[in-house]
Design a protein around this ligand. Structure first.
Ligand SMILES: [Zn+2]
Length: 448
């Protein structure tokens, strides 16, 4: 886990080098990202409010994880100012612990350990006011207040107590070793809510059959919603507060670690089959292999078991170049099926006669499981977050490798090698690393 963070840190530093020649230690290195300037906690009898202050309006995604119950908010395109405290001081019956960290070079993650049910927390953006971009996380009796300071709630007599959801946090085993990856696969309680604004629409060629589900940022709740919220405020039992934490970032990475999961990575094409070729001669097979190898490293360091269909420039079938197309593709499926891996990821670069075509597409087998579609959607979103390509949507297909694998499977067309800009990006170390990171993010999101 630490390794990943170090890698990310190294990447961040590398990226920043051209800008950091002058003075400013960190700020100069994060051009294009929004600074998170503060994270504040306030407690009232009714709720615990956590306010994230950003220098500009931000977009974010929310996930809910179990054991222990956590609400995770990923703020996209953001960097965490060094002066922000990583471990927040919380003492309430709704929240037992809250942490914030730079999760990856472009994502700030807030993790709140809480026992409240889904009707008892609310996350919403606030724009305007003294701080231009704020994200508010309310836990407890969630209400319509938007001041970020004093909490005005409707009369409590009308609300029904919902005991089990809002009981004071049971004394949990203090998590003294946040670095240890959790071995149990975690099931998200609710689907991650995408709160990004709609992505760029797919362009020409293949029409998107199925658009990814995206929702607008949540609005603050109405007083009525607050009425329904439960109250349980009598006992002011403080949650568990670990005294210190050596490395918050590593701890947060552990929360969504991939230990216990097995993943087969298929680098598209190889050997005699170069795949598509870009305008300057970059081959698809070389890019897919580089991304696959970088992804292997990332996933392995997060604790996953990784199987590769190929690790060099070669065919996968034992027949080599003599294998038929089907034999070659079946050999790739065999790797995943033989190892009974949890998911299958096939990496490709798209191509089109018109060099202007660009963007990222996630594919899943049309008659496959819902999970395949979910995986395709998340991997596509992860890639786009990292390399900034336009979305061409998540689409159903009849591709051999996603059809003949026995587990949730996706084929991701990372970018268009036929597009001069995307060819250049994907032939760069930066592009390769980011694409791999994006796929890894999508996988982590899938396993949540
Ligand atoms: Zn291909």
């Amino acid at each position: 886990m630490r390794k990943v963070c170090l890698l990310l840190l190294a990447l961040l530093v590398l990226l920043g080098l051209p800008f950091s020649a002058e003075a400013s230690p960190f700020g100069e290195r994060v051009e294009g990202l929004t600074e998170i300037t503060g994270v504040r906690v306030s407690n009232s009898q009714d709720k615990t409010r956590i306010v994230v202050d950003a220098k500009a309006p931000v977009t974010y995604r929310t996930m809910v994880l179990k054991d222990p119950g956590r609400v995770v908010v990923d703020i996209k395109g953001a960097w965490l100012s060094p002066q922000v405290k990583r471990e927040l001081s919380v003492s309430s019956s709704f929240v037992s612990r809250a942490r914030v960290a730079q999760f990856d070079p472009r994502t700030v993650r807030v993790v709140v350990e809480t026992t409240v049910g889904k009707d008892n927390y609310k996350i919403f953006p606030l724009t305007g006011g003294p701080v231009p971009g704020r994200v508010v996380l309310d836990f407890g009796r969630v209400g319509p207040d938007s001041s970020g300071a004093t909490i005005a709630l409707p009369d409590v007599k009308t609300t029904k107590p919902v005991a089990p959801q809002t009981k004071p946090t049971k004394p949990q085993t203090p998590q003294t070793k946040p670095q240890t990856p959790q071995t149990k696969p975690q099931t998200p309680q609710t689907k991650p809510v995408e709160t990004k604004p709609a992505e760029t629409k797919p362009v020409e060629t293949k029409p998107a059959e199925t658009k990814p589900v995206e929702t607008k940022p949540e609005e603050p709740q109405t007083p009525q919603d607050a009425e329904q919220a439960a109250q349980e405020t009598a006992a002011d039992t403080p949650g568990e507060q670990p005294a210190t934490e050596s490395s918050t970032d590593a701890g947060i990475a552990a929360i969504t670690g991939l230990a216990g999961h097995s993943i087969t990575i298929d680098a598209g094409h190889g050997g005699n089959d170069s795949g598509a070729i870009g305008p300057t001669g970059v081959t698809e097979k070389s890019v897919t292999l580089r991304v696959a190898l970088a992804l292997q490293k990332l996933l392995t360091s997060e604790g996953a078991t990784v199987y590769m269909t190929r690790t060099t420039d070669t065919e996968v079938s034992p027949k080599g170049a003599a294998a038929s197309d089907i034999e070659e593709l079946q050999a790739r499926c065999d790797v995943a099926n033989r190892h009974n891996s949890d998911i299958f990821i096939s990496i490709h670069m798209d191509s089109f006669t018109n060099g202007a075509a660009k963007g990222t597409t996630g594919y899943y087998y049309a008659l496959g499981s819902k999970k395949s579609r979910d995986l395709a959607d998340k991997v596509r979103a992860g890639v786009i977050d990292q390399i900034g390509t336009p979305s061409r949507g998540t689409q159903s297909c009849n591709f051999y490798v996603v059809k003949h694998t026995d587990m949730p499977a996706t084929l991701v067309e990372v970018a268009f090698i036929s597009n001069p800009t995307e060819e250049k990006l994907m032939n760069s170390e930066d592009g390769v690393q980011k694409a791999a990171q994006g796929i890894a993010d999508g996988i982590a999101d899938f396993f949540g």
